[in-house]
Design a binder for this molecule. Structure first.
Ligand code: NAD
Length: 385
C-alpha cells in the first residue's frame, strides 16, 4: 500500500436509504489522522451534508463511482454492496458496512473470492469496549424514537393527558413489546410525550430498565426464558409464544399505540401479534412493527406500507433510522470513525487488522480469500450437514 491510505465512500444506491457512512466531521478527523479520503459526488444530498462541506473537511469529491470504489484501501458504506460492486473493489481492501452475513451467502463468498476483508457492522460484539462502534445500538436508539413519532402522527388522538375548561382528555396508552435498545428508547420517548406506557420483554432482567424509564412492566409467566451469553433473547417454544399472546391480548386491545421491536439475532422475528389481536384493537389504533423486514412481529404488516385492518393502521417502515438521516448518519459515521481509530497505527500509517482481537474476530467475515468468522462458518457447516 502507498504512503497514504485511501478511504472511499460511495453513495448509497438503495432507493430508501438517506443515510451516509461518513459525515464531514469524521472526514476532518480521519484526514488529520493521515487518511486520503474520496467521497462520491452528492453523497450527503439526502442527509443534509453538501459536497462543499466534504471538500472543506479535506475530502476529494469524485464523480466516477467505479474509479472511486477501485481506489479504496478502506471502503465505507451503510448498506451491503451488490455483487457488481464487490467485483470492482481493490483486492485486499477492507470493506466496512452492514452485510447481513447470516443470510447473504453469495455476497460473503464474493467478498472472500475477491480477497476483500469484509467487516460486518451487525457483528460488532455487544461488549463494553465495542460500544462506541456498535451501529446496531446507535441506529436502534433512533429507530425507537422514530417509531413513536410515526405513530403519534398517524394517531387520531394526542398522547398526553390534557385538562382544560372544555374537558379532560385521558392520556393515550402505549404498549411496547420488546424492550431492548429500540424499545427502551420508544418507552422513554412516549413517556416524555405524556402517554401511559406499558412494556413487555421475554428477558426478565429488562423489567428494572423498563421501570427506570417510567413505564409499567407487564409480567407474563412463560416459564423458563432467559438470554444468551451475548445478552440476546432466546427463542420461545411454540407453547410459550401462545402463552405470551394470551397474556398480551387484553392490553393490546386497550392500547392506542402498540410498538413491536422483538427480534432474534440472525433469525426470523417471532410472530407475536396475530390478525385476531389486531382486530380486537379499537379502530384508529396504531401498530408499528419494527421487525417488518425480518419476518414481522405482526400478522399483516408489509414492508414500507401502512396496512389498514378494520381501521387499525399497521406501520411497516423498514428503515426507521433513515427518517432522521442527519442524526443517524452522524452516529453511524462516529461508529465507523471509532472502529477505524481503534486499529489505525498513525506512526506507520497502517491499519492493524489484528486477527487475535475479540472485536475483529466478531465482525470480520472474510479475509485473505476465505470466510474467517467462526459464527458464520458454524451456521454454514450446520446447513451443509
Ligand atoms: P434485539 O434487537 O435483538 O431485540 C429487541 C428486544 O426484543 C430484546 O430486548 C429481546 O429480549 C426482545 N424479544 C425477543 N423475543 C421477544 C418476544 N417474543 N417478546 C417480547 N420481546 C422479545 O436486542 P437489542 O436491543 O439489540 O439488545 C439486546 C440486549 O443487548 C439488550 O439488553 C441490550 O441492553 C444489550 N446490549 C448490550 C450492549 C453492550 O453491552 N455493549 C450493546 C447493545 C445492546
Amino acid at each position: 500500500m502507498g504512503l497514504f491510505m485511501q478511504i472511499a465512500v460511495p453513495s448509497e444506491t438503495h432507493g430508501l436509504e438517506k443515510r451516509v457512512a461518513l459525515i464531514p466531521d469524521s472526514v476532518k478527523k480521519l484526514t488529520k489522522a493521515g487518511f486520503d479520503i474520496q467521497v462520491e459526488k452528492g453523497l450527503g444530498d439526502h442527509a443534509g451534508f453538501q459536497d462543499a462541506q466534504y471538500e472543506e473537511a479535506g475530502a476529494k469529491v469524485v464523480e466516477d463511482r467505479a474509479a472511486l470504489m477501485a481506489a479504496g484501501d478502506i471502503v465505507l458504506r451503510v448498506r451491503k454492496p451488490t455483487l457488481e460492486d464487490i467485483d470492482g473493489l481493490k483486492k485486499g481492501c477492507i470493506h466496512i458496512s452492514y452485510l447481513d452475513p447470516y443470510n447473504e451467502h453469495e455476497l460473503v463468498d464474493a467478498m472472500a473470492a475477491k480477497g476483500v476483508s469484509a467487516i460486518s457492522m451487525e457483528m460488532i460484539p455487544r461488549t463494553t469496549r465495542a460500544q462506541k462502534m456498535d451501529a446496531l445500538s446507535s441506529q436502534a436508539n433512533l429507530a425507537g424514537y422514530v417509531m413513536v413519532m410515526l405513530a403519534a402522527k398517524q394517531l387520531d388522538r394526542i398522547l398526553p393527558m390534557m385538562m382544560t375548561p372544555a374537558g379532560t382528555l385521558s392520556p393515550s396508552r402505549v404498549f411496547v413489546i420488546g424492550a431492548g435498545v429500540a424499545g427502551l428508547q420508544a418507552i422513554a420517548t412516549a413517556k416524555r410525550l405524556g402517554a401511559k406506557v406499558e412494556a413487555f420483554d421475554t428477558r426478565p432482567v429488562v423489567a428494572e430498565q423498563v421501570q427506570s424509564v417510567g413505564a409499567k412492566f407487564v409480567h407474563i409467566d412463560l416459564g423458563e426464558t432467559g438470554q444468551t451469553e451475548g445478552g440476546y433473547a432466546k427463542e420461545l417454544t411454540a407453547e410459550q409464544l401462545e402463552m405470551q399472546r394470551l397474556g398480551m391480548k387484553d392490553i393490546i386491545s386497550q392500547s392506542d399505540i402498540v410498538i413491536t421491536t422483538a427480534q432474534l439475532f440472525g433469525r426470523p422475528a417471532p410472530r407475536i401479534i396475530t390478525r385476531d389481536m389486531v382486530e380486537a384493537m379499537k379502530p384508529g389504533g396504531i401498530i408499528v412493527d419494527m421487525a417488518v423486514d425480518s419476518g414481522g412481529n405482526v400478522e399483516g404488516s408489509v414492508p414500507d406500507q401502512v396496512t389498514d385492518i378494520n381501521g387499525v393502521s399497521i406501520i411497516g417502515n423498514s428503515n426507521l433510522p433513515s427518517e432522521v438521516p442527519r442524526d443517524a448518519s452522524q452516529m453511524y459515521s462516529s461508529n465507523l470513525f471509532n472502529l477505524i481509530s481503534e486499529y489505525w497505527q498513525e506512526e506507520d500509517k497502517h491499519f492493524d487488522l489484528n486477527l487475535e482481537d475479540d472485536i475483529i474476530q466478531g465482525c470480520l467475515i472474510t479475509h485473505d480469500g476465505a470466510v474467517v468468522n467462526e459464527a458464520i462458518k458454524n451456521i454454514r457447516s450446520q446447513a451443509g450437514g
